[in-house]
Design a binder for this molecule. Structure first.
Ligand code: HEC
Length: 242
């Protein structure tokens, strides 16, 4: 039997496919911008997101980093001592709360309108004084299921367009499968990285593979739809998949 190819599509179908692919591409680029600004693309960034920074706390990192300017060295020592002594509530009330109230709460409060942690109570500040163990299972499950549904659907629809292209059968069969392997590699590695940080490399590899397969399928489809069309006898020969 003869399978449908781009040369069998009407112009309106090709327009629909083209606009769909262009819209997806814009979505893909914006997803990249979002990932870059929220996580970053380095292996270290990925490791911090999923595995965390188990040797330090977010509070201490901020005190040594951007929040350095808002307190003085004796206060710094006091807070760091409290973190390492187990960050108890009793000690907090006695020694730390006065510093936080005076130096930090003017920004770190729910009314500030800034997307920063609220320090108006011990319960709120305590998680930042504990070692950062990366993304929680609940967040991982939430982000994973959204991505599996979303990306799975996108590659299914893009793949339905792409299979109308002409190319050797072995190549097409591989290119149709690769994005799904990439999804499994990427998202599977998020979970493993939570426990074994070196898998940040496979997260990156999965993401890169996904991007490449998206580009290959989108560009091949657009090119063949509009600029390529074996005619006559040739069509019979090359467009019949066995
Ligand atoms: C002038 C406003 C302001 C003051 C005062 C301030 N902060 Fe911040 N803080 C910010 C902003 C804005 C951010 C987010 C941007 C950033 O991380 O640089 C932030 C981020 C943080 C974070 C990072 C949270 C995370 O996501 O890891 C911590 C922890 C923190 N501040 C602690 C403190 C402490 C402790 C003090 C008092 C010594 C303090 N801040 C004083 C504005 C302030």
């Amino acid at each position: 039997m003869r399978y449908r190819r781009f040369s069998d599509c009407s112009v309106s179908e090709k327009m629909l496919d083209t606009l769909f692919i262009l819209t997806l591409s814009a979505g893909y680029l914006l997803a990249m911008v979002l990932t870059y600004t929220v996580v970053g693309f380095s292996v270290k960034d990925i490791e911090l997101k999923y595995y965390g920074n188990r040797s330090g706390t977010r509070l201490e990192a901020a005190l040594n980093g951007p929040m350095r300017v808002y307190h003085n060295p004796p206060e710094h020592d006091e807070i760091v001592k409290w973190i390492y002594a187990g960050s108890t509530e009793k000690q907090y009330i006695a020694k730390i709360k006065p510093i936080i109230d005076e130096k930090c709460v003017k920004c770190h409060n729910p009314k500030s309108g800034l997307a920063i942690p609220d320090f108006s109570s011990y319960e709120k500040i305590k998680p930042l004084a504990a070692a950062d163990t990366g993304m929680s299972i609940a967040s991982l499950a939430r982000v994973s299921h959204i991505h599996l549904f979303g990306i799975g659907l996108i590659f299914y629809l893009l793949g339905r367009i792409f299979i109308l292209a002409e190319m050797p059968v072995w190549l097409k069969r591989s290119l149709v499968a690769v994005p799904f392997l990439a999804i499994a590699l990427d998202i599977g590695s998020w979970w493993i990285t939570k426990y074994i940080p070196v898998f940040a490399y496979t997260v990156l590899a999965g993401g890169v593979l996904m991007g490449i397969s998206f580009a290959v399928q989108a560009l091949t489809s657009l090119y063949q739809m509009w600029f390529y069309g074996p005619k006559g006898a040739e069509t019979e020969k090359t467009s019949t998949e066995k």
